[in-house]
Design a protein around this ligand. Structure first.
Ligand code: IMP
Ligand code: MG
Length: 182
């Protein structure tokens, strides 16, 4: 593996861990959607790297599309409000939709987003989350059908996940040293 970035406290998921996760999720989706031609939707920008791996591990027919929503900006906590900055180009009426998400934290972004997409009359909407943050005593408002892994309640970066738009290009997932953002 490449040398550890100096701002990273520890590695949570290696490139091999990530490969195992995306292969497993791809196989699960392939089994469940064999004849459904689902639309795989990635929420920009964090989910781009995950999307690229996930779609290549699904072996049944799929289509892809992208959305962008307003997010944390450069901070580390969720605002909960979602604004569509870039909408889908695909009409999702009667389509089976799978949202590929990088990380489910509070779940507020996705629950807002799903509310908006449900109003368009899709056949189904499910979430495939690369990572779910485990927060003591907290139950998110949405439950992903597909979960890549659980991560501790720390700020993590890499594999598409950023802090102030940095670290998305790290090929592994790591915990950011707290002095970097405090
Ligand atoms: P939620 O609405 O709190 O679930 O926020 C989800 C979004 O916040 C994710 O799609 C990420 O873009 C971002 N996010 C949440 N936790 C982290 C983290 O630990 N590192 C980087 N981005 C995060
Ligand atoms: Mg995101």
């Amino acid at each position: 593996m490449s040398e550890l970035h100096p701002d990273i406290e520890k590695v949570l998921l290696t490139e091999q861990d990530i490969k195992d996760i995306t292969q497993r999720l791809g196989a699960e989706i392939t089994a469940d959607y064999a004849d459904k031609n689902p639309l795989l939707v990635a929420v920009l920008r964090g989910a781009v790297v995950f999307m690229a791996d996930l779609m290549r591990s699904v072996t049944c027919p799929i289509a892809i599309d992208f959305m962008a929503t307003s997010s944390y900006g450069s901070g580390v906590t969720s605002s909960g409000t979602v604004r569509i900055l870039k909408d889908l180009e695909t009409n999702i009426r009667d389509r089976h939709v799978i949202i590929a998400e990088d990380i489910l934290d509070s779940g507020l972004t996705l629950s807002n987003l799903i509310g908006m997409l449900n109003a368009r009359g899709p056949a189904s909407i499910e979430i495939c989350a690369f990572a779910v943050k485990d927060i003591d005593g907290y139950t998110p408002p949405v439950t992903p059908k597909y979960v890549g892994c659980h991560v501790p309640n720390e700020f993590i970066v890499g594999y598409g996940l950023d802090y102030a738009e940095r670290y998305r290009n790290l090929p592994y997932v790591g915990v950011l040293k707290s002095e970097v953002y405090s």
